[in-house]
Ligand binder design. Structure first.
Ligand code: SF4
Length: 174
């Protein structure tokens, strides 16, 4: 946003901006998260929306369990191959633009469940914008991750979605 300063030194009530800037400004303060909670990390997510950490300070408290009403998917917990198709369907049902956070070691890389049934990172199925480390991550860490999403929106940074398919094609088509 740019202020249109007038030469009389009194400033001007007119603000010049672009429509996308206004949209980003509104978006970053009104994320609607959908928690895909499968294990203990989801309990930590509950703390984030509780009164102590209170993400409504940032305008992100409207937690939605319908993918069509959410724009931030938070994968919180262990994801196995049986449930991965459901996660993918939920992601695909969310409207654009949308972002994804992998919360905790399990969602990021399988955590300590290095076995045949657990997905070794949800980015094998869906694009992930921010990885939040920890087992479980502290509420502050998740808030930090959400702040990163806020910054991405503010700066208009490309989402993981935009390069994800290419990345995986490269990795698996070898
Ligand atoms: S990362 Fe740790 S706390 Fe989170 S779901 Fe996995 S085992 Fe549980």
């Amino acid at each position: 946003m740019a202020k249109n300063d007038s030469s009389d030194g009194l400033g001007s009530p007119i603000l010049l901006t672009r429509f996308e800037k206004v949209l980003s400004w509104a978006r970053k303060y009104s994320l609607w998260p959908l928690p895909f909670g499968t294990a203990c990390c989801a309990i930590e997510f509950m703390a984030v929306v509780g009164t102590h950490y209170d993400i409504s300070r940032y305008g992100w408290e409207v937690v939605r369990f319908s993918p069509r009403q959410a724009d931030l998917l938070i994968v919180a917990g262990t994801v196995n191959y049986k449930i991965a198709p459901a996660l993918k369907t939920i992601y695909e049902q969310m409207l654009e633009p949308k972002w994804v956070i992998a919360m905790g070691a399990c969602a990021t890389c399988g955590g300590f469940y290095n076995n045949y049934s657990v997905v070794q990172g949800v980015d094998r199925f869906i694009p992930v914008d921010v990885y939040v480390p920890g087992c479980p991550p502290k509420p502050e860490s998740l808030i930090d991750g959400m702040m990163m999403i806020k910054e991405m929106i503010e700066k208009g940074e490309p989402r993981a979605r935009e390069s994800w398919e290419e990345k995986w094609k490269e990795r698996y088509d070898k």
